[in-house]
Design a protein around this ligand. Structure first.
Ligand SMILES: NC(=O)c1ccc[n+]([C@@H]2O[C@H](COP(=O)([O-])OP(=O)(O)OC[C@H]3O[C@@H](n4cnc5c(N)ncnc54)[C@H](OP(=O)(O)O)[C@@H]3O)[C@@H](O)[C@H]2O)c1
Length: 267
């Protein structure tokens, strides 16, 4: 299967490299279309397949076309692709907020898969929610899921609206985690630790807590109970978080992200 990645930026490159690293595809089956000549030259040095500068050179030879340009660049891209596409080609879009119907209408195609990855895909720890138009066959869907699995984990959602919800949780989520980490590092520095000590204390605590959670059946609330002894230090922190409605604020923040994803999807 010939794969064409359109847009050799952060995500396009991450995808191409993950597919090749996992040997799910070979260099001879991998094509990248990048409009910036400087970036194309850089990509060509990376040995990640054949790099092209115009769709005329590569689109017709592709079975799967991955749309990895910024959403604001998609209309211009669609205009250049439309005269060249074959309705049997499968399109996988990772562009935030661009709906399946928009892509299908703009290109005159039917087989469209929409995915929302997140940044940890760059280290093989991504979380991707994806969905598809009815015309994508089961075999095509499994094939694409196998490809995305090389960047981390995936869930298939029936309803496209759930892609906006996933954007608010796993798409923006790494920033929420960094926000929490940053606050804890600041607290550590205020307590007298050096920058590097604060960083180590916090990142190892996050990694340890997540590993512990992954290796057990306990819920977050049950783990909090285990760590908090009555009248102890963790309980003091938890009371302060509750009094300051930190839990509620995180839920509200995630809802704000969902509203924004829905708004952007209407544009
Ligand atoms: N980064 C993330 O964590 C993340 C997460 C989820 C989803 N996404 C989605 O992934 C997509 C790509 O994001 P990114 O961060 O990888 O962006 P990026 O680094 O800016 O990469 C996009 C690349 O596409 C190129 N491009 C634009 N128009 C093109 C065209 N017509 N033909 C060929 N190449 C073209 C751009 O070139 P120029 O620079 O010359 O314009 C740029 O190199 C976005 O739609 C975003 O919503 C990203």
């Amino acid at each position: 299967m010939k794969i064409l990645v359109i847009g050799g930026g952060n995500m396009g490159l991450t995808y191409a490299q993950s597919f090749l690293r996992s040997q799910i595809t070979s260099r001879s089956d991998m094509m990248i279309l990048e409009k910036s000549p400087e970036k194309a030259a850089e990509l060509a040095k990376k040995d990640i397949g054949t790099v092209f500068g115009t769709p005329e050179e590569c689109l017709q030879g592709a079975d799967l076309i991955i749309l990895a340009v910024k959403p604001q660049d998609c209309q211009r891209l669609f205009e250049t692709l439309k005269p060249l596409v074959d309705p049997q080609q499968v399109f996988l879009s990772i562009m935030a907020g661009v709906k399946i119907q928009t892509i299908a209408d703009a290109l005159g195609v039917h087989k469209v898969i929409r995915a929302m990855p997140n940044l940890p895909a760059q280290v093989g720890m991504g979380m991707t929610a994806f969905t598809s138009s009815d015309e994508v066959t089961r075999i095509e869907l499994v094939m694409v899921q196998n490809l995305i699995n090389t960047t981390g984990k995936t869930i298939y959602v029936e309803n496209e609206a759930a892609i906006d919800a996933a954007t608010a949780i796993s798409g923006s989520g790494p920033a929420y985690v960094f926000y929490f980490m940053d606050a804890m590092m600041q607290a550590a520095r205020q307590m007298g630790f050096s920058n590097s000590e604060a960083e180590l204390l916090v990142k190892q605590t996050f990694r340890g807590a997540v590993d512990l959670y992954n290796k057990s059946d306990l819920s977050c609330a049950e783990w909090i109970q285990r760590v908090s002894s009555r009248g102890g230090t963790t309980e003091a922190a938890m009371k302060s978080f509750t009094n300051n409605s930190v839990h509620m604020d995180i839920i509200e923040g995630s809802r704000a992200a969902l509203l924004r994803a829905e708004e952007l999807g209407k544009k």
